[in-house]
Design a protein around this ligand. Structure first.
Ligand SMILES: [Zn+2]
Length: 333
């Protein structure tokens, strides 16, 4: 291939500008400038897994300032360098949320529910987008028969409720990990909450996991097939009963890993880093390394709740850790 010199580029740019200027001048009297939309397109992405159809539906994103507290065992400078390495804003961290819908042919199952409609209103649409994007994806929330929860943090359970506290998925069973439910519903554990943040999480769990939600709730154990084609795997650390799910159809599998790692460009690439929201950072790191090693060895597809949308990737080993390789957008399924 011929190398383009700077001079050629400048000449080329000038010629393109002249060419572009002519029709612009001619058309300006004929029609007004097109209005800009000023908002993102609805966010959903579909892929096939054997005979199953998975729809990833974005719930929006969070905005967290980068401070020394963001990663408890890495300096602010190290975190900022990792963000700069992937051309991200180094002052504010943007964390996406990716709940999924699995249509197995027999069940229409949601895995995790996002921040909820109340958050959509309070954040002016920054997050809590799940229900609106679900509708844009052509999926009726009333047709969802199963909601599977990975753990009891607000960004995974608050979407069980609408802003008026009625059920977002009124016809669904709510399946939750037994160890997670046991921990957060224990008054003894609540009374010895290790930090104000955990105490706040307890209060949120007690608000959401109550009333109509509790009536539809069933617990499942690690190792159990939760519904045909979706099995629970214990991945504790981020919370005491944090659970991942293997979705399998035919010879195809995806590991829906919840929050085993948060943003991959920080915590897949640096599996030893402890994000501030890990309940038990040491156990979380053990889980993270075990899962990443398995994903890399088995070349298994992973669906990351906080990976960049649509959150589907493979994991490969590097000299210092691991690296995520996102799937390519496929315009067909
Ligand atoms: Zn989360």
């Amino acid at each position: 291939m011929t190398e383009m010199t700077r001079r050629q580029m400048l000449v080329g740019t000038a010629a393109a500008a002249v060419a572009a200027a002519v029709p612009l001048v001619q058309s300006s009297s004929a029609r007004a400038a097109a209005p800009q939309f000023g908002k993102q397109a609805p966010g959903f992405y579909r892929y096939k897994l054997g005979s199953f159809e998975i729809t990833v539906v974005t719930d929006g994103k969070s905005r967290v300032p980068i401070t020394d507290a963001f990663v408890t065992n890495a300096s602010q400078a190290e975190v900022k360098a990792a963000l700069a390495a992937v051309f991200m804003d180094t002052e504010t961290f943007f964390g996406p949320y990716n709940p999924i819908v699995v249509n197995t042919g027999a069940n229409l199952a949601v895995i995790d529910t996002g921040n909820g409609e109340a958050a959509y209103l309070s954040t002016k649409g920054l997050n809590g987008q799940f229900l609106t994007n679900l509708a844009a994806a052509g999926i009726d929330a009333n047709a969802v028969d199963t909601v599977i929860i990975s753990h009891y943090h607000g960004d995974h359970i608050n979407g069980l409720l609408k802003a008026d506290n009625t059920l977002a998925f009124p016809n669904a069973k709510v399946l939750v990990p037994a160890p997670e439910h046991r921990y957060w519903m224990s008054d003894a554990e609540m009374s010895r909450a290790p930090s104000p943040r955990i105490d706040m999480l307890f209060k949120n769990v007690r608000r959401v996991i109550s009333g109509e939600v509790l009536k539809r709730l069933h617990t499942y154990e690690w190792g159990e097939e939760v519904i045909p084609g979706i099995s629970a795997v214990g991945t504790p650390g981020q919370s005491p009963g944090h659970t991942s799910h293997v979705v399998a159809s035919g010879n195809s599998k995806v590991f829906v890993h919840g929050d085993v790692t948060h943003a991959p460009y920080l915590f897949v690439r640096n599996p030893g880093w402890h994000p501030f929201y890990d309940h038990d950072p040491v156990q979380s790191e053990v889980t993270r390394r075990k899962v990443l090693e398995m994903l890399a060895n088995e070349k298994m597809l992973v669906q990351g709740y906080h990976f960049p949308f649509p959150g589907v990737a493979h994991i490969e080993k590097t000299a210092t850790g691991y690296r995520e390789v996102p799937i390519q957008w496929d315009p067909q399924i």
